[in-house]
Ligand binder design. Structure first.
Ligand SMILES: Nc1ncnc2c1ncn2[C@@H]1O[C@H](COP(=O)(O)OP(=O)(O)OP(=O)(O)O)[C@@H](O)[C@H]1O
Length: 418
């Protein structure tokens, strides 16, 4: 049913839902638009509305072919709406869920588009802070790129920061989606453009392999891996792509490529990626189903954050962006987390080293089948040990004589014959 938003826009039907509200197909004076209508509790927050108005110029000023443009912002009674370019297509998460992995050529082309969009934003002094497949829209109305790759547009610039601030950006809180968080954010540094590069490389890795490099298990484990672990090489990944990913996942922000460099390096690789088939990585895909490691609940602000691995977990409950009613989406989203203390990170580093020394490459590399096998072996071993112990106890109970004065009922174990 049609509904008026401000004096200039009419919305007709919901085309998507996120944690901050719903996205509607709408009509404006210049033609079709997408209208993101923020949740009522957010729209009623005067501080938040003030910040949106304040940042209006920055949000509406970004004009680039690989950025979803925000045309207008409407504050009207209980409605707070962002009027955007209407992108005819799906988001990258939906594509990834459909295809599992993308071919190196398509993945590199999509990420080159994203990096181009980021370069424009960074040049304007805007850090996205929540780059992830959900925030990349694929424009199926635009002529396709190399290898039939859909053209990509980055959306939701600065929205995470605006909606979360000012209540939840205290020094002890982290804003972002765990799998894509750069280590410096976890360690408490001010997020700069390099955090977007780290997240973009994470998305590229995910498009190629079906999982994020540090995701899987409990949120605390994910954050620890970002800070302490290096991503091991992936078999079959084209060398050029692997070098780019490794450089952009560098722990030191200054060592990462700039957005324009990333786009240029990826585009230069495209000719040699033509004809290279998608990677076969069945084992990693199953990793998302692993169970959390016990004792890793230290970071979780609410139970909803447990098991934040976003890869292949899209049907889990959505995590609310700010306190309030549950969002109507069924997807995970960005979260506000307690930042771990230096001591906690140090102890996780220690734990990580211990894990590395074990034969398995780490809990997030273990498949469900492997874990089930491990558990079965362990159960059989325990059963054998218990049986042997029981047999030994029974034998000694019959063979040994109780000490003088000892009651038979308290004599339960082996006792030396005197
Ligand atoms: N400009 C747009 N044009 C067309 N469809 C859009 C547009 N913006 C968003 N959508 C659709 O609406 C869905 C929800 O978008 P929204 O930005 O609200 O949430 P999200 O980014 O998926 O998740 P979250 O905001 O919780 O992180 C998207 O997945 C996409 O399918």
């Amino acid at each position: 049913m049609a509904r008026k938003i401000g004096s200039r826009y009419t919305v007709h039907q919901v085309i998507g839902r996120g944690s901050a509200g719903s996205v509607w197909l709408g009509e404006g004076p210049d033609g079709p638009v997408a209208v993101k209508l923020l949740r009522e509790d957010l729209a009623a927050d005067q501080v938040l509305v003030g910040r949106f108005v304040q940042e209006r110029a920055a949000l509406t000023g970004l004009d680039h072919p690989h950025v979803v443009g925000v045309h207008d912002m409407v504050v009207d009674g209980s409605d707070l709406a962002l009027v955007m370019d209407l992108v005819q297509g799906s988001d990258l998460r939906t594509r990834l869920e459909r295809d599992g992995v993308l071919s190196p050529l398509v993945a590199a082309s999509v990420i080159a588009d994203v990096a181009d969009g980021l370069a424009a934003a960074h040049a304007a002094g805007i850090v996205h802070r929540d780059v992830k497949p959900e925030n990349v829209l694929l424009d199926l109305a635009a002529p396709p790129g190399p290898g039939g790759a859909p053209r990509a547009k980055l959306t939701d610039f600065g929205i995470a920061r605006l909606v979360d601030a000012p209540r939840r950006t205290r020094a002890t809180r982290i804003i972002g989606t765990p799998d894509y968080l750069a280590p410096e954010i976890i360690e408490g540094l001010e997020p700069r453009a390099a955090v977007d590069i780290y997240a973009t490389a994470t998305v590229l890795y995910e498009l190629l392999t079906g999982t994020t490099p540090f995701g899987g298990g409990h949120t605390g484990a994910v954050l620890r891996r970002h800070v302490t672990e290096n991503v091991p090489p992936v078999e079959g990944m084209p060398d050029g792509l692997w070098r780019i990913i490794s450089e952009c996942l560098a722990k030191a922000p200054a060592s990462r490529l700039r957005a324009a460099e990333l786009a240029a390096r990826l585009r230069a690789l495209l000719p040699e990626l033509a004809g290279v088939g998608p990677l076969a990585v069945p084992e990693q895909r199953a990793a998302a189903e692993e169970v959390p490691t016990p004792g890793e609940a230290v970071y979780a602000e609410t139970d909803a954050f447990a098991g934040s691995g976003t890869h292949r977990r899209r049907r889990g409950p959505a995590v609310p962006l700010v306190p309030g009613p549950q969002p109507d989406s069924t997807r995970d989203t960005h979260t506000s987390l307690r930042r771990p203390s230096a001591q906690e990170l140090a102890s996780y580093a220690e734990e990580s080293r211990a894990q590395r020394d074990r034969p398995a490459a780490g809990p997030h590399r273990r498949t469900r089948a492997q874990m089930i096998r491990r558990r079965r072996t362990l159960a059989v071993l325990i059963a054998v040990v218990l049986l042997l112990a029981g047999a030994a106890a029974a034998w000694t109970a019959f063979a040994a004589e109780p000490p003088a004065g000892a009651s038979a009922t308290v004599y339960t174990g082996w006792y030396p014959r005197l």
